[in-house]
Design a binder for this molecule. Structure first.
Ligand code: ZN
Length: 442
């Protein structure tokens, strides 16, 4: 027991009547925060096939401007020399507090949000810094507030600005998608010098994943184009890379860095001799490199497919149909290739691209495979993998090791089999059927 414990207790006891006196005349306040956001990729339905018009399930009206709950957002209340910091409830965006004063309060909302497992995500202004806490966290100040004693005061902040749109999307995502992470830090640097170029794989972005830290960069230009900070699917795609890497990074045996051997641009269909980024148009794809529809070695499909999957799972409920909007301005059907028209076995790769298929894939086919498995439909094998199971699959592929640019599908099949907590039918027959259907098993 500390030497000064008794005197501390005595002081505390004496303070109690004072404490109650204080609160008897205090205001008891409940404050709720909302973000005003405006996206460019919400509610834009599938254009072809049986699910024409199908949309995602959340933030559907955000292109017109929407007020959304500021989930788990960090807020500092102050009055004169007094200040206190709160994290709003991740479900309600509210917090309760007391103070003797009834007016003259200020409120500062930070671009920082936590979830119920102690993970946090923040937006800051130094995207190329990889210190343990880079840059300055954006914030918004409201002053001269008179809260309602015994009531609820809701403050809407953000003014439909792009960086607060990104922040709302990130906060919602931590709340929506629970992949079994605890106490992780995701630092999201907004790059005002670019509209695009968002990434989870740049500089030292993934050099601290075994320490529970990941860095992201998001294009946030003010003019000259549409900033990716307004694209909820892009923001959550990058977040998806981070969540998967952090889950893997917290396992015994994990190492820092990227998925191994992903930057191999030698697939013959990309145009050997032309250079990877400017090969001839292939597979009806004018942008042949590393895009949603381009043919790549399956290492790219694995990495990008997982990030796409996380974005899909954030914005769509875990049921069969779903929609996914990508930044080239097209909405993908999570069940069917060709923007909703194609349902043959083999996916886009085998139906729309020319050979060789060996060890190849397209990112959209990998996305649909992971979605199909996650939303498994089978009367004889009814279980679905959870978000955590999906992260376990991702991590096991990396933990098993031996990855080359061309063997990621085989390695993923083995890793699925290793997930012995799942029913055998899900690990084998359902997994294999979806792989064949989506053309990733070559
Ligand atoms: Zn990516």
């Amino acid at each position: 027991m500390p030497k000064n414990y008794l005197s501390f207790m005595r002081a505390a006891m004496m303070a109690i009547p004072l404490f109650y006196t204080f609160h008897a005349s205090a205001g008891n306040y409940k404050t709720c925060i909302k973000f005003q956001i405006k996206t460019v990729d919400s509610g834009l339905g599938i254009t072809n096939g049986p699910n024409t018009g199908g949309k995602e399930d959340y933030y559907l009206n955000a292109n017109a401007g929407e007020e959304v709950i500021a989930r788990g957002v960090r807020v500092q209340m102050s009055n004169g020399n007094w200040n206190k910091t709160f994290d709003s409830n991740p479900s309600t965006g509210c917090f309760s507090w007391s103070h003797a004063a009834t007016s003259g309060f200020s409120l500062r909302v930070y671009g920082y949000a936590t979830d119920s497992a102690g993970n946090y995500v923040r937006i800051h202004n130094s995207p190329n810094s990889f210190t343990s806490y880079p840059g300055q966290t954006y914030s918004i100040l409201r002053t001269n507030l008179t809260p309602t004693n015994g009531g609820v005061d809701t403050y809407s902040v953000g003014s439909y600005d792009q960086k607060w749109t990104t922040m709302a999307v990130l906060a919602f995502s931590l709340y929506r998608f629970h992949p079994g992470l605890t106490n992780k830090a995701i630092h999201v640097g907004l790059d005002d010098s670019k509209c695009g170029g968002s990434s989870a794989h740049y500089g030292k972005s993934n050099s601290s994943i075994t320490s529970g830290r990941h860095y992201l960069i998001i294009g946030n230009c003010a003019s000259g184009g549409t900033p990716q900070s307004k694209r909820k699917f892009v923001v959550t795609h990058e977040l998806g890379h981070a969540l998967a890497a952090l889950y893997y990074g917290s396992q015994v045996g994990a190492v820092n860095g990227s998925e191994p051997n992903v930057n191999d641009y030698s697939h013959p269909a990309q145009g050997v001799g032309l250079g990877p980024k400017d090969s001839a148009t292939f597979c009806s794809q004018s942008s042949p490199f590393y895009s949603m529809r381009s043919i790549e070695w399956n290492s790219v499909g694995f990495r990008e497919g997982f990030a796409h999957f996380v974005a899909a799972a954030i914005w769509n409920n875990q049921s069969y149909e779903g929609a996914f909007r990508w930044f080239e301005g097209l909405t993908y059907d999570l069940e069917r290739y060709n923007y909703g028209n194609g349902d043959n076995n083999g996916g886009r790769l085998e139906n729309e691209c020319g050979t060789p298929f060996t060890d190849a894939g397209t990112n959209e086919d990998w996305l649909r495979f992971l979605w199909d498995w996650y939303t498994n439909r089978s009367t004889t094998c009814p279980q679905k993998p959870s978000a955590l199971d999906m992260m376990k699959l991702y991590a096991q592929v990396r933990l098993n090791g031996g990855l080359t640019s061309k063997n990621y599908f085989d390695k993923m099949q083995t890793a699925a089999n290793n997930l012995i907590h799942l029913p055998s039918c899900l690990r084998t027959s359902r997994f294999d059927a979806y792989a064949v259907h989506n053309g990733i098993n070559n």
